[in-house]
Ligand binder design. Structure first.
Ligand code: OKP
Ligand code: ZN
Length: 343
């Protein structure tokens, strides 16, 4: 299995996020991707290749042009106003307020975001552009006939909507890849999101689309971030009615219950008759994750990989979350090894 990786991810290195009422060190850090890469190499998963440069056009297939342009200049606008310290939003549009793009960077940050945990830094734009290239390079491998590829993206992407960022995510790498697969001729693409958190951004991007099925297993939004999307009655709209499937699961969920939901999702993907599968691969379902509350164990991840291989589809894995840094490599690569051994 080929891994696509670029060290440009390390250009995004946020200092802090608002957590439990305090500014604490960012959970989402460069070391995460470095440890996944180290594990890929340690187990000899396969070759590691750099991304090709695709530019921003394929990104704009799923993100609004004004949003992409905002991200491109946000850091410079912030520095001009406040100096060289990470940009964080502090105010958002509440019900009854107006949706007008402010001139001031502080207003723009709130306009284009939904949380206070996602800093913009000097290298953020270069890193997220590179992550999209990593995902697109993986998608191209699938188009060229590879059975499986691993896009080792960082920062993650699944919380990023068409025109707003949050949850450590700016460009929705998995959505960019799924759209690229469609644009290269796949009639139907399934995105299966197994990160602990709901993939609200991916859901939103494809919600009214019948050509992309979005299925997500995640902590119930009545209990967990992102709170305001991810309920089971969100089934899609218009042409996309029936092609959005959420499996909200309670705090404390262990592998048996989680795996039953996975089987359900895979059965839905089979009836959808997808031509390709994009897996949003988060391993923050791990029992040792510092910000999550599922109970999966390291031995469960290869079982997940084998179940995914059972779908029999060309599969692109796109890295999302996982914050138990010492375990992220073993767990993420465990999924990939399970897939490879079963395929
Ligand atoms: C990104 B991905 C911390 C609350 C959680 C946001 C979590 C984003 C997770 N106090 N903050 O889905 O792994
Ligand atoms: Zn997550």
């Amino acid at each position: 299995m080929i891994t696509i990786y670029s060290d440009a991810h390390a250009l995004h290195d946020g200092k802090a996020e608002l957590h439990d009422g305090k500014l604490v060190s960012s959970f989402e850090m460069p070391r995460r991707a470095e440890l996944v890469l180290a594990r890929v190499q340690e187990v000899g998963l396969g070759p590691v290749s750099p991304p090709k440069i695709f530019g921003l056009d394929p990104v704009r297939r799923v993100h609004a042009p004004d949003y992409v342009a905002f991200l491109e200049t946000a850091w410079d606008e912030w520095v001009a106003e406040h100096g060289e310290y990470d940009a964080l939003p502090f105010t958002w549009i509440g019900p009854g307020m107006r949706r007008v793009v402010p001139d001031h960077i502080d207003g723009k940050l709130g306009y284009y975001s939904f949380d206070a945990g996602t800093p913009i830094t000097a290298g953020t734009f270069r890193a997220i552009r590179s992550a999209a290239d990593v995902a697109l390079t993986g998608a191209e491998l699938i188009v060229r006939g590879e059975r499986v590829a691993f896009a080792l993206t960082r920062p993650p992407g699944h919380h990023a909507h068409r025109a707003c960022y949050g949850g450590y995510c700016f460009f929705n790498n998995a959505a960019v890849a799924a759209q690229a697969l469609r644009d290269a001729g796949a009639d139907r693409v399934a995105v299966l999101d197994i990160d602990y958190h709901h993939g609200n951004g991916t859901q939103d991007i494809f919600y009214s689309r019948g050509d992309v099925l979005f299925a997500s297993l995640h902590a119930d939004p009545v209990q967990e971030y992102p709170y305001y999307l991810g309920f089971s009655d969100e089934t899609g709209e218009g042409a996309g009615e029936g092609t959005n499937v959420n499996y909200p699961l309670p705090f404390g969920t262990g592998f048996d219950v989680w795996h039953a939901a996975l089987r359900h999702a895979l059965a839905r993907i089979a009836t959808f008759r997808a031509d390709a599968l994009v897996v949003s691969l988060g391993v923050d379902t791990y029992k040792g994750d510092p910000i999550s509350r599922f109970r999966l164990d390291t031995a469960d991840y290869p079982v997940i990989g084998a179940a995914l291989a059972g779908a029999g589809l060309p599969t692109l894995f796109v890295m999302e979350g996982g914050y138990a840094v010492e375990a992220i490599g073993v767990n993420a690569v465990g999924v990939l090894q399970g897939f490879a051994d079963a395929a």
